[in-house]
Design a protein around this ligand. Structure first.
Ligand code: DC
Length: 219
């Protein structure tokens, strides 16, 4: 099983890079943030967001499909809805629920086993879900650049977006369960000022180095 794990804060370029890298390597791509968003969408529909145990119970039984063709939650197409400001506002709270995380980690490992691995992105993929991944990456970029990228995708005001991103980063990094961290053995890639092809070239060089014999420099 071949797993490339990509973590990092919002707007670092994880989804774009993970999707492109997966295509180049002939692997599937999994956006685990979309799984937490899909569960948040399901909890909002059932009006149980404020009940942590009901959300945890929902995590165990909701039927989720998260793929390149979209996101389906209990048979409902939620591809657009999971990106709504309402879901974005509430998702950190759902992702901070320890029982929810345990269930999502189980689902992510099952997905990888079923697909022979993949390029998997999120916040705890290298640190918790796949600590033995073939390559572990921590993608980041300056807060300003991350805000500009999100506004280019979704519209809005850059200053406001920068504040919202900073607040979500702080929450995701300081929560008790699986906070966003740079995992042991992770390679940090700062994508500020880099184009997609430059980031991909950097990562592909890391993959080659990862496979080079340790004593190569001695020959
Ligand atoms: O990457 P994103 O913005 O779609 O992520 C949505 C939320 O889910 C964000 O608050 C971080 C959280 N998340 C997480 O806690 N663990 C993951 N593996 C992926 C996302």
């Amino acid at each position: 099983m071949r797993v490339i794990a990509i973590d990092g804060p919002a707007g670092a370029g994880k989804s774009t890079i993970a999707r492109a890298l997966a295509a180049r390597l002939g692997l599937r791509y999994l956006d685990t943030g979309a799984m937490y968003r899909a569960l948040t969408f399901a909890a909002m529909r059932r009006d149980v967001l404020d009940d942590a145990s009901a959300v945890a119970e929902l995590a165990a039984r909701v039927v989720l499909h998260v793929g390149d063709d979209g996101v389906v939650v209990d048979g409902i197409d939620a591809t657009a809805a999971i990106r709504s400001p309402e879901v974005t506002r509430e998702v950190s709270r759902v992702a901070a629920n320890g029982a929810v995380r345990a269930e999502m980690v189980t689902r992510q490992r099952a997905w990888a086993a079923e697909h022979g691995g993949g390029v998997i992105e999120g916040r705890d993929i290298a640190s918790v879900v796949f600590p033995d991944a073939e390559l572990k990456l921590y993608l980041t970029a300056s807060p300003r650049v991350r805000a500009e990228r999100r506004v280019a995708e979704a519209g809005g005001d850059v200053d406001e977006m920068e504040r919202a991103i900073a607040a979500r980063d702080e929450y995701d990094s300081s929560r008790a369960h699986s906070p966003l961290v740079q995992a042991d053995g992770s390679h940090v890639v700062d994508t500020t000022g880099l184009g997609i092809d430059e980031v991909l070239a950097t990562i592909e060089a890391m993959l080659v180095a990862e496979h080079a014999p340790a004593d190569e420099g001695l020959r």
